[in-house]
Design a protein. Structure first.
Length: 436
């Protein structure tokens, strides 16, 4: 296992081009595999998770050609997928497994979906339940965990009111709805990222959104178009990856960072609102629309961060960014507290436990709760370097690399390669931008 040593920095300066957005790359790859013709996906994510999705689509009969960060996927229509002779490996990617479950539920063949040890511990009942309501035949270990065995079946449309806010569950039901007879309706309890709806619309699906209710017409229904069309698309830079550099630059008064071509989808930018409320100096400019997604540049300067409380409806909108915010806590005036985030217990790791453990290793004062954390601010004392155990979780590894920049002494990130799940060049870019 590779280790990375983070030395203290004076500030961050320079320009940064982020990897392609993970969430959008997943969805474009799947829909390109269901479309007729060859789609060209430019600035496709380099993340291992997204390449797990490409591998699964290839195993299902789509043709996939990768040339640097441009991916060409040739699909043969929504009924053009074929049974894979081997289990489909989603790697560490919950998005791959949950979204593909929706697609595979409506096929005319059987499939097996598996993943690494971490993914096999993540809950799948949340997608198994609604897909079974649609007529899917899905079985999992203890009826909740991968490997999943999916026997394709004729699906019926449902009106599904989601018990919890989850973009992945919503997406699985909408993708299954493509293959259902009639109109599938999904209503969210709180708004979540809408990349699936935008991508479906872009590829030609008959889909409508009104507030928190989304309707999709299946190919078998009279209102459905019956097919998806190949597209040429640009993937925006990943805002969730930008967060680590926004946080890092904010730690130092003399920082001056420019982040180019960042995806600014309104269902994702709540994290920028949180940073603004904490006093971060982030400016947005050069905003444009691209294939239904909004893209712009971010200028970040150093700032004295106030801290704050994140809870309730905010949580689903910033769930992926909470590890970075927690690791910033000891550098803020008031500290960071988040509640209603029990979902963090079932991510790539138990992120609440991992954050508490590693923050304490660095000397922070932390109160761990079943659904969140309370991290004391600057008055509790400065952090010191430590050996960090990310538990194989990319976001934990990257969050503590940032925290290490402003600590006393060196910080060592164990198993640093796990960052490759979402950002293979993260440590190289952090080193390039940090002035010592």
């Amino acid at each position: 296992m590779k280790k990375e040593t983070i030395q203290p920095a004076k500030y961050l300066t320079g320009g940064l081009e982020l990897p392609g957005d993970k969430s959008i790359s997943h969805r474009y790859a799947m829909l390109a595999g269901l479309a007729e013709g060859t789609s060209e996906l430019r600035h496709f994510s380099a993340a291992a998770d997204c390449h797990s999705t490409l591998g699964c689509m290839k195993a299902l009969g789509a043709e996939v050609k990768i040339d640097s960060d441009t991916v060409r996927v040739t699909g043969h229509g929504p009924r053009g997928l074929k049974a894979s002779w081997r289990a489909l490996d989603a790697g560490n990617s919950g998005t791959t497994m949950r979204l593909l479950a929706g697609i595979l539920a409506g096929q005319a063949f059987s499939s097996k979906l598996t993943g690494d040890d971490s993914l096999q511990k993540r809950p799948m009942k949340r997608v198994i339940g609604p897909l079974r309501e649609m007529g899917a035949d899905i079985r999992g270990r203890d009826d909740n965990f991968a490997p999943l065995e999916i026997r394709g079946a004729s699906l019926k449309a449902i009106d599904y009111k989601m018990p919890m806010a989850s973009a992945q569950v919503k997406s699985a039901v909408l993708l299954a709805g493509l293959f259902a007879e009639g109109e599938t309706i999904v209503t969210e309890p709180a708004r979540t990222r809408d990349h699936t709806e935008l991508a479906l619309q872009e590829f030609g699906a008959a889909i409508e959104s009104h507030g928190r209710t989304i309707r999709i017409h299946g190919f078998g229904g009279g209102s459905g178009s019956g097919r998806l069309t190949a597209k040429s698309l640009d993937v925006p830079g990943d805002l969730s990856s930008a967060v680590f550099f926004i946080a890092a630059a904010s730690l130092f008064a003399d920082s001056n960072l420019l982040i180019h071509n960042v995806g600014l989808n309104p269902t994702r930018t709540a994290i920028l609102d949180v940073f603004a409320s904490m006093g971060a100096a982030v400016q947005i400019f050069g905003v444009k629309s691209s294939q239904g997604e909004i893209v712009g540049d971010l200028a970040v300067k150093g700032a004295s961060l106030k801290g704050g409380v994140i809870a309730g409806d905010q949580i689903p909108l910033v769930i992926d960014e909470l590890p970075m915010l927690a690791a910033l806590g000891p550098y803020t005036e008031e500290g960071i507290e988040f509640r209603d985030a029990a979902e963090l217990r079932v991510k790539e790791s138990d992120r609440i436990a991992a954050l508490a453990e590693n923050l304490r290793r660095m000397g922070a004062t932390v109160e761990e709760r079943p659904d969140g954390l309370k991290v004391e601010g600057r008055s509790a004392g400065k952090l010191h370097g430590a050996e960090i155990e990310p538990r194989g979780d990319h976001r934990i590894a990257m969050a503590f690399a940032v925290a290490g920049l402003a600590a006393d002494g060196a910080t060592v990130i164990r198993d640093a390669d796990c960052a490759g799940v979402s950002y293979p060049t993260f440590f190289k870019e952090l080193e390039r931008l940090a002035d010592r």
